[in-house]
Design a protein around this ligand. Structure first.
Ligand code: GDP
Length: 371
């Protein structure tokens, strides 16, 4: 049995954590089969969840995460997307935060979930991971959500710096999920968020199941660690759930296709190592077909671990975890972020030089109001 800690930082991290807890309790769309994570034999892991936020309203919004697991780190009404303030708050409250982790015992692995672009999560995460890696021996993986590109210059610059800092924090790997890439889910912004959060929750729960299940063909924590240590420290996940009988080859391909992935990448070009876990009734799982499809992938990317979990009566589901050697989409994001940083800098200089508004105010210098 694995002991697993999942931390959600900031609003986005809190909401994804809440979605994980909802699915784990069997209340999500398609959750009937996942069912009661904490209690059934199927999910052997012992999972502790922890939500951290400076904004109390974000914590209050959570519906499926126990009150004792929602920790308010007091600082006015949040940090207002300012990562410098976020870092100061973390340093000031570090021991309170670390005590929360300490009290939850020892773990085999931890996930820290955050957006890259906001204030609290993006500034807490690198410092928190660094602290965890200094104090504990278990691997810490971050799941980082990238912003919609039109959300503005501050979010873009936060993204560029926070990802770099998370990489330098000692994190054992960063799994990317991209709002921009996933936004075609459609509906209102809230519906899109909910849809994206569900996608992430579903993948994380499948992964935990895969790491802690008795399998016909095994993938374990060691395999996951090997996959995550490949490539450039960045990864993403894919998933496909069949709702009718389909060839297992197609199910595997779908999990690696744009429809299944959380981040835009051509896995055959950019992936470095992979883990593919297949779950379903034995009658759908032709070992020959699975092997042929996996060999195609390993021919392109290098090593691929495969796991098979037999679940009678279930249509096939496939999870893929892929570390990336290169990430063109991230390069594009950094180019836009550099423009954003320069734009902010130029704006600040103009204000400091006081060009426009000073001229405006100077017009009344030496004058008094006349009544
Ligand atoms: P923080 O609370 O200061 O850490 O800031 P947020 O977590 O709100 O960060 C803002 C970023 O998170 C923006 O890019 C939002 O698009 C994104 N975001 C906020 N809430 C959600 C959510 O529920 N789901 C997803 N996928 N993204 C979110």
């Amino acid at each position: 049995m694995l002991n697993i800690l999942i931390i959600g930082n900031g609003q986005c991290g809190n909401r994804i954590l809440d979605s994980i807890n909802r699915h784990a309790l069997g209340r999500g769309k398609n959750c009937g089969k996942l069912a009661r994570f904490y209690s059934t034999q199927r999910f052997k892991s012992h999972v502790e969840t922890l939500a951290l936020n400076t904004a109390i309203n974000d914590l209050k919004e959570m519906k499926f995460t126990k009150a004792k697991d929602r920790i308010h780190i007091e600082h006015l009404h949040g940090v207002g997307a300012n990562r410098n303030i976020g870092k100061q708050v973390f340093e000031a409250k570090k021991e309170i935060i670390m005590r929360q982790i300490e009290e939850r015992g020892n773990f085999d692995l931890a996930f820290v979930i955050t957006s890259a672009s906001g204030g609290t999560g993006s500034s807490f995460t690198p410092l928190l991971v660094k602290e965890m890696k200094n104090r504990y021996n278990y691997p810490v993986y971050c799941l980082v959500v990238l912003p919609f590109r039109e959300e503005g210059t501050l979010y873009l610059q936060n993204t560029a710096f926070s990802i770099q800092e998370i990489r330098q924090s000692g994190a054992d790997g960063i799994i990317l999920a991209d709002n921009q890439y996933l936004k075609n889910i459609g509906g209102s912004i809230q519906e899109a968020y909910d849809g994206i959060n569900d996608m992430i929750a579903e993948r994380i729960l499948f992964l935990l199941d895969a790491l802690d299940s008795e399998m016909m063909m095994v993938t374990d924590l060691g395999d996951f660690q090997t996959v995550m240590s490949g490539g450039a420290g960045l990864a993403t996940m894919g998933f496909f759930r069949a709702d009718k009988e389909i060839p297992i080859k197609t199910a595997i391909q779908n999990s690696l296709s744009p429809l299944g992935l959380l981040f835009s990448t051509n896995v055959y070009e950019e992936a470095s190592r992979a883990m593919i876990v297949i779950k379903g009734d034995r009658k759908y799982l032709s070992i020959d077909d699975i092997s042929t499809e996996i060999e195609k992938l390993s021919g392109a990317v290098g090593h691929v671990f495969k796991g098979i979990i037999v679940r009678s009566g279930e249509y096939p589901q496939v999870l893929s975890v892929l570390t990336l050697e290169s990430a063109r989409e991230l390069e594009n994001l950094y180019s836009v972020a550099v423009q954003a940083i320069n734009q902010e800098k130029a704006k600040k200089q103009r204000v400091e030089q006081g060009d426009e508004l000073d001229k405006t105010f100077s017009q009344i210098e030496g004058l008094d109001p006349e009544y």
